[in-house]
Design a protein around this ligand. Structure first.
Ligand SMILES: Nc1ncnc2c1ncn2[C@@H]1O[C@H](COP(=O)(O)OP(=O)(O)OP(=O)(O)O)[C@@H](O)[C@H]1O
Ligand SMILES: [Mg+2]
Length: 253
């Protein structure tokens, strides 16, 4: 496989596959995925629950290892890297907002947000973390532990933590999934400000069609296959099956 990848690609993926072993045998979650995302692009990944969106995000962010294929993150191939090198690459280039937040239980909101900045040796980590928590509307919750915060508040702490190091690529798995519409809009505005001001590449997994339509590109995951959707206005939420059944009706059109 060629190691040459376009210089302005934030993410390049060739023939990516992911299988896991289950009690029932081998399960192939991702099937022959190809993808090229330019630096500074905003990309939404839609698709039904269980179709493989979080699995793909984890692989792209070098948090997981593919079964086959290659991923280049900011021009660097991931497969030759050991765990330590992958951790260093993540620290340097990537932030991740997890579907399950992944806050450190024993640290306060402020300490959770400060942590990546301190690890990266950022000066004034505390002041920056306070300012970032202010931007997500949590100045009054600095000393609360995660268990003392609501789901939406925990999500906003996770967002503040992801923003503090001004990543090159921001991966967000359902970043507005636990938020009311006012906070959801505010967080979406912050995501696109980061994208426009810092040229941060955004890869968002979302069931929120309004958020998806604000992205430059919409991709649809369907049973481990990823397809570009060229007709964002035709994306529809199937109300009969709740919010997690986003269908790309344009695909059939
Ligand atoms: N380590 C694993 N072992 C077994 N099955 C797994 C593993 N990881 C993921 N899966 C399965 O792979 C499928 C895809 O999971 P994934 O979390 O990527 O879905 P998703 O598209 O993010 O769904 P949702 O919208 O509900 O978050 C699911 O059916 C899940 O049960
Ligand atoms: Mg998921």
């Amino acid at each position: 496989m060629s190691n040459v990848v376009s210089k302005n690609s934030a993410i390049n993926v060739v023939n990516l596959e992911k299988s896991v072993t289950t009690q029932e045998g081998s399960l192939t979650i991702l099937k022959g995925i190809n993808l090229d995302v330019k630096q500074g692009e905003s990309v939404a990944i839609l698709g039904p629950s269980g179709s493989g969106k979080s699995t793909l995000l984890g692989l792209l962010a070098a948090l997981d290892t593919p079964t086959a294929g290659e991923i280049w993150l900011d021009g660097e191939a991931l497969s030759p890297l050991n765990e330590e090198q992958k951790a260093a690459l993540r620290k340097q280039k990537v932030s991740f907002i997890f579907q399950s937040f992944m806050l450190v239980d024993t640290l306060t909101a402020l300490e959770n947000v400060m942590l990546p900045a301190e690890l990266a040796g950022v000066k004034n980590a505390k002041e920056k973390a306070e300012a970032m928590l202010g931007r997500v509307g949590l100045s009054h919750r600095l000393t609360h532990l995660p268990k003392q915060l609501s789901g939406g508040e925990q999500q906003r702490v996770a967002i503040a933590r992801a923003f503090i190091c001004e990543p090159k690529v921001l991966f967000a798995d359902e970043p507005t999934g636990n938020l009311d519409s006012v906070n959801g809009h505010k967080i979406a505005d912050m995501l696109f400000e980061l994208n426009q001001e810092n040229h941060t590449t955004l890869i968002l997994v979302t069931h929120d069609l309004q958020l998806a339509k604000r992205c430059q590109r919409q991709l649809v995951m369907d049973n481990g296959h990823l397809q570009e959707n060229e007709h964002p206005n035709a994306l529809q939420s199937n109300s009969a099956c709740e919010s997690n059944s986003i269908t790309a009706s344009a695909k059939e059109a």
